[in-house]
Design a binder for this molecule. Structure first.
Ligand code: FES
Length: 287
């Protein structure tokens, strides 16, 4: 064991997770059957926070697209992630979490041992993926409200900021061009959604202008939260039901695979500038 993790120092309760900063990494620590497991909090698929997900048996399920990892070995058990996650040995000394040296993830189990049947595979209906990411955004905004440490705020905000951009760009690339073609009202809904995305991008840029954790930063974050929540509610009320009405399940699953590919290619918002997008270009690029 080499160094002590900063707060939260106390180990998590049974079935719970906490995060600890350790040598520049955010490490999720889970308590399962009385044993502590440390693993990289950042999902290798598209950068969501695994500690915002769910523990299921000895696995953790990512809240964004349901990649599933063995918490003890870091191996991929299921879902869209190709890579596993690093793990850390964890001990408790004087009531504080102490992390050892990270270990590379073990390879994924053979398919024959992999466990989940085809029926248990993660959902790839694009509309469901959109809704899952809405849930992840809401949880991440709420989680920020519980933090005070500047390093933790920075790490959590970075993950959320990246998710907001990946999500908006994926919708503009995969979902809205198809909706514009599929339904009479689709073009209008698509333009409106991209306008909302640009408002959210304005909100993200405003947060970035301020010192993390300062009064102005919190004020800009609350504004970004408001415009995001307004958009999520509108999207769940109008364009998503319209999209479902005008596309069949097979088409939505095909688009779901495109969505996952897009998220993987743009992990950590790689290649996405976060600049405003012309709503007409999304509608006209639908051919
Ligand atoms: S499954 Fe974790 S970010 Fe996609």
């Amino acid at each position: 064991m080499t160094s002590e993790a900063p707060p939260p120092l106390a180990p998590p309760a049974e079935g719970e997770m906490v995060t600890a900063e350790h040598d520049g990494a955010v490490v999720a620590v889970a308590m399962l059957d009385g044993a502590l497991h440390g693993f990289d909090d950042t999902c290798p698929h598209a950068g969501c926070s695994l500690s915002e997900g769910e523990l299921d048996g000895r696995t953790v399920v990512c809240p964004c697209h349901m990649a599933t990892f063995d918490v003890a070995t870091g191996a991929v058990v299921d879902g869209p992630s190709i890579d596993g996650v690093k793990t850390w040995p964890v001990e408790v000394a004087d009531g504080a979490l102490v992390l050892g040296e990270p270990r590379d993830p073990e390879p994924a189990a053979d398919e024959a041992d992999a466990g989940p049947s085809t029926d248990d595979r993660p959902e790839t209906d694009v509309a469901v993926l959109v809704e899952l990411e809405h849930g992840a955004m809401r949880r991440q905004f709420e989680a920020l409200d519980q933090l005070t440490d500047a390093a933790e705020l920075t790490a959590s905000w970075t993950t959320l900021r990246e998710l907001l951009e990946i999500h908006a760009s994926a919708e503009e690339s995969v979902l809205y061009p198809r909706l514009a073609r599929a339904a009479d009202e689709g073009a209008e809904e698509a333009e409106h959604a991209v306008h909302d995305h640009n408002e959210i991008r304005d909100g993200v840029r405003a947060v970035e202008e301020h010192e993390v954790g300062g009064e102005d930063w919190w004020s800009a974050l609350r504004r970004a939260h408001e415009v995001t929540e307004e958009h999520l509610q509108e999207e769940e009320r109008d364009p998503l039901p319209l999209f479902r009405e005008h596309t069949d399940r097979a088409r939505r699953e095909e688009l779901g695979r495109e969505w996952l590919d897009f998220s993987e290619r743009h992990r950590h918002a790689r290649g996405l500038a976060g600049e405003d997008v012309d709503p007409r270009s999304v509608v006209e690029g639908s051919g």
